[in-house]
Ligand binder design. Structure first.
Ligand code: BG6
Length: 475
């Protein structure tokens, strides 16, 4: 039996340094914004309010990212398990503050570079192709304190130096790169994305502009080192629906979708600001500080492929009658979709929405697509022998992969990679919890940091192994 997934399709899993490495202050690493982000269900609210210290305060908060799941020390064992599942790629990030502890140091920290070199070599030894995100919610904290985060143009040059350092060091070993994780969360002014507090819309779009320029500079460096290197952008995509056929709802959905789903991709794939964004800036009184040559740079150094995370869809209505029924936990503030069920964290589960995402993105851009995150955050309950029956996760992934397959065979989408999020349990970004688990591998650790950190295969481990072995045929 065969299907439409291309030969050499990159099946794998995705992670981020700050959510799994731990070792937050070891071997010269500086603090990042993740290191001072308190854990707990209120994390996003707290980060949005800006009412938390830019210092570690153990008397008030817990910091689950400090220890992560100790991948820093256990990476060999973990990579061996990824290899056992047959991973073709492993998406990881490099923590900028392991390389430049303060973000603006004169020289890179060799211990940080050596650590990542070891991880990369270990992956290659197992024939796993690394995919590296340069910045995944872990801007060095010092850049917030000294410069106020990404609205400051100074960060462009600092990022360029960091990108140059890691690209020069690893370009012979790593082909696939992503610049900024979920860059479009900056549209809403996410602290993780822009490293700014108390930001205005003007700040948010200036921060995004600076990141677009930084991303193009990284692409330029990569291609000058080796034109074969593949540099992608990465944004979160939420397929958007109008609640009903009321044209007002359809227009509202359209406006929301283009600013959230497409604005950043339009700039990074097409190389220019779309006219709807320029009009939006005018209406909002946003004036971007664009230096000479920057627009040419954006045009000259667009990305080679587009990657996106997909967890849920969002439903839009401007009708006040529908507003009472808001969808819990959904980032996009939409209304509840009566046709969809939600995860325990209120994220609406929508496999068909993934096929729509693939169709929409491919029709608009025509570049190869990489699904860099997808998955179900759920509470797993091991039995006394640490057997974990996560059939619900298998169902979720099976349905999403089946829709991917349709996008490839029926719709003709060029999809080349799929890396489900948190292939090994790790610290949640939105809540700092361990109990919001995504992995094929269970890590014995609770929300307060208690546990052996031993690793156990869940039921989904063997299932995914089979999916990879059959190139997505055996679901
Ligand atoms: C994405 C992020 O938004 O979603 C990851 O890139 C994050 O860092 C993932 O972990 C899942 O979100 P959460 O909040 O469930 O960890």
């Amino acid at each position: 039996m065969s299907n439409g997934f291309k030969e050499g399709f990159l099946w794998g899993g995705a992670t981020a340094a700050n959510q799994l490495e731990g070792a937050y202050n070891i071997d010269g690493k500086g603090l990042t914004i993740a290191d001072i982000s308190p854990g707990g269900k209120q994390r996003m609210k707290l980060l949005a309010s800006g009412e938390f210290p830019l210092e570690i305060d153990h008397s008030k908060y817990i910091y689950p990212n400090h220890d992560g799941i100790d991948f820093y020390h256990l990476y060999k064992e973990d990579i061996a398990m990824f290899a056992e599942m047959g991973f073709k790629t492993f998406r990881m990030s490099i923590s900028w503050a392991r390389i430049f502890p303060n973000g603006n140091d004169a020289e890179p920290n060799e211990a940080g570079l050596a650590y990542y070199e070891n991880v990369i070599d270990e992956l290659l030894r197992h024939h796993i192709e690394p995919t590296i995100t340069m910045s995944h919610y872990e801007t060095p904290l010092n850049l917030v304190k000294e410069y106020g985060g990404w609205k400051n143009r100074k960060l462009i040059g600092l990022f360029e130096k960091y990108a140059q350092t890691i690209l020069e060091r690893f370009h012979t070993k790593v082909k696939y790169w992503m610049t900024f994780n979920e860059i479009n969360t900056g549209v809403f002014g996410s602290f993780f994305s822009t490293a700014m507090r108390g930001a205005t819309p003007q700040d948010n779009f200036q921060a995004l502009h600076n990141q677009f320029v930084a991303s193009s500079l990284a692409t330029k460096i990569a291609h000058e080192l080796n034109p074969e290197l593949q540099v992608g952008c990465m944004s979160i995509y939420a397929t958007m629906y109008a609640y009903d056929s009321d044209p007002k709802n359809i227009m509202a959905m359209e406006e929301k979708s283009r600013m959230f789903n497409y604005f950043c991709n339009d700039v990074q794939v097409r190389g220019e600001y779309p006219t709807y964004a320029l009009q939006f800036f005018k209406q909002q009184g946003i004036k971007l500080d664009i230096a000479e040559g920057e627009l040419d740079l954006l045009k000259a150094y667009t990305v080679d492929y587009l990657s996106f995370s997909y967890y849920m869809s969002a439903t839009v209505s401007v009708n006040p009658e529908h507003q009472g029924d808001t969808s819990q936990g959904n980032f996009f503030g939409g209304v509840k979709n009566p046709f969809l069920k939600a995860s325990e964290w209120g994220w609406e589960i929508d496999p068909v929405g993934l096929r729509l995402a693939l169709c929409n993105l491919y029709a608009r851009y025509g570049v190869p697509l990489y699904i860099s995150e997808n998955g179900l955050g759920a509470i797993d309950t091991p039995d006394a022998d640490f057997n974990i029956d996560d059939s619900y996760r298998i169902d979720y992934l099976r349905q999403h992969i089946a829709e991917m397959e349709k996008a490839v065979t029926i719709d003709g989408v060029d999809l080349f990679a799929y890396t489900p999020w948190g292939c090994i349990d790790l610290v949640s970004a939105s809540t700092g919890e361990m109990s919001k688990r995504y992995g094929f591998i269970y890590v014995d650790l609770d929300d307060e940091g208690h546990g052996t950190m031993n690793r156990y295969k869940k039921k989904s481990f063997d299932w995914y192994k089979q999916v990879i072995a059959t190139n997505g045929t055996n679901l």
